[in-house]
Design a protein around this ligand. Structure first.
Ligand code: PLP
Length: 469
């Protein structure tokens, strides 16, 4: 009986799938021959496949078009990219080619906005949604943007005091948003999110602090973001309805209010078994908002989203070699990789995140249950379960091509991992940041690959550590 890795995958999932197919026992990612990339650049490596960003943006926009059509929805839809998921210029500039807006989280984001404007990647009409608990360095940069004519910069108030800072420093009429503090899901250690204003305080805050100053600033947007993401469960629908009902109440006394921002939180594929109906969710969200507005007899708001993971997550892969097998007892077989999970995919270690794991080669070998180990000294530098199953199965190392290493790909790793790990810098046990390869379309539409960053050098770390001046 044949018991190859290919058999395992085909028995468990529909395969091949969009973005993943096998040719001659080797994996192709979005049509890219990963073996060829590995032969050219070696492992460990990070791979950014930029055309995925365009297809994700277009996919979401089209689904909103469909949902608006279905419900005869009267507002507009604005796609914002949340920069914190990946601030890299090649990501943000690629996203900006597809008629999108931006969401920021910290003062230094505004420096990115300035730079994008200088490079003519954006103009002053772009919506910049400024979230976060803001220090003066952030609010003063926001005020400067507004004073310089970026008329669609919307500071989203995270607390009541924030407004005073703009009142003092913004010299032109400006728009405001308010983040509505969500109730946390029942399994979280806290009841209410620390982010935003308490829902029950917002009407009073509006009447006391905003109403009557419409020629100076206008409340335009209510914002909600749920850490757990956009999911078809009672928690999501009840939090969404809370903000929609608040919009309906406020709209009656605040005619300028015209937008609801539902934040980010679209899930992405972390397993070949991923089954999420994006169109259903968008259609339901739009339908729910419309229904509440009709009932309250108020106009439908424009809808903003701030998709981070959805925009950039599926554009990236981390590729490692298995550099050795260790059998420490009768049950556990370790495959040691040429890097570290803690340092390159910190969410696997910090919050137990699972990514889509597939071997790049040896698909015709038999498979076995293994645990993956990183090469730091840390006992927690391991990866032992997948999204769909509490185990990891991978091809055996010998078989058809005994002299060739097994290569492993962790896919859809493009959001937050570099931001949390830090890019370069000191790393646990001084395991270097892997090289980073970009694949993009050139002007003629042909795919080209190039090195964005080489593997981090010992010198770069020694300099930070003070050994080299
Ligand atoms: C305010 C806000 N908007 C959008 C996002 C993006 O979320 P995601 O990457 O899940 O789309 C985040 C993520 O933390 C956020 O805090």
């Amino acid at each position: 009986m044949s018991n190859t890795y290919t058999d395992l995958v085909k028995q468990t999932f529909y395969f091949p799938q969009e973005g993943f197919e096998i040719h001659d026992s080797n994996l192709f990612f979005n049509g890219v021959d990963l073996r060829a990339i590995i032969e050219k650049y070696g492992t460990p490596l990070k791979l950014s496949y930029l055309p995925k960003i365009e297809s994700q943006i277009n996919k979401a926009k089209q689904m909103f078009v469909n949902a608006f059509k279905k419900h005869k929805y009267e507002g507009k839809y604005h796609y914002c990219y949340c920069t914190k998921s990946s601030h890299f210029s090649f990501v943000v500039e690629e996203a900006l080619k597809h008629d999108i807006h931006l969401e920021t989280s910290y003062a230094y984001d505004i420096e990115i906005i300035n730079r994008l404007y200088e490079k003519k990647k954006i103009n002053k009409d772009i919506f910049i949604i400024c979230n976060g608990f803001k220090q003066k360095s952030y609010t003063s940069r926001i005020a400067k943007l507004l004073n310089n004519g970026f008329k669609n910069v919307i500071p989203v108030l995270d607390n009541k005091d924030e407004l005073d800072l703009y009142k003092r420093s913004v010299k032109v009429p400006f728009k405001l948003g308010i983040r509505v503090a969500a109730e946390e899901e029942p399994t979280f250690p806290f009841y209410t999110s620390r982010l935003g204003l308490r829902a029950k305080d917002i009407l009073e805050f509006y009447v006391d602090q905003i109403e009557g100053y419409e020629n100076k600033f206008q409340l335009k947007m209510l914002h909600i973001f749920l850490n757990k993401g956009i999911k078809d469960d009672i928690y999501y629908w009840s939090e969404l309805n809370k903000v929609v009902n608040l919009y309906c109440q406020l709209k009656k006394i605040c005619p300028e209010l015209d937008s609801i921002n539902i934040g980010g939180g679209f899930p992405i594929k972390h397993s070949l078994g991923f089954d999420y109906d994006y169109q259903f969710m968008i259609t339901e969200i739009v339908g729910n908002i419309k229904k509440a507005c009709k009932k309250a007899k108020v106009p439908m708001p424009n809808i903003f989203t701030e998709f981070g993971s959805f925009t950039v997550g599926e554009s990236m892969a981390h590729i490692y070699s298995v550099i050795g097998q260790k059998v420490q007892n009768d049950r556990e077989i370790w495959y040691m990789i040429d890097s570290s999970f803690i340092t390159t995919l910190p969410d696997t270690w910090g919050i137990g995140e699972r990514f889509l794991l597939l071997p790049v080669n040896k698909w015709n070998n038999e498979y076995q249950r293994v645990v993956l180990g990183g090469i730091t000294c840390d006992s927690h530098d391991y990866y032992d379960s997948e999204e769909h199953i509490n185990e990891v199965f991978l091809p055996k190392l010998n078989g058809e091509t005994p002299n060739e290493p097994l290569y492993l790909g962790f896919f859809h790793t493009g959001a937050y991992q570099d931001q949390i790990s830090g890019y370069g810098g000191i790393k646990h046990c001084m395991i270097p940041s892997p090289k980073h390869i970009i694949i993009e379309k050139d002007k003629s539409g042909k795919l080209v690959d190039w090195v964005y960053a080489k593997e981090q050098s010992a010198q770069s770390m020694l300099k930070i550590l003070g050994y080299i001046k």
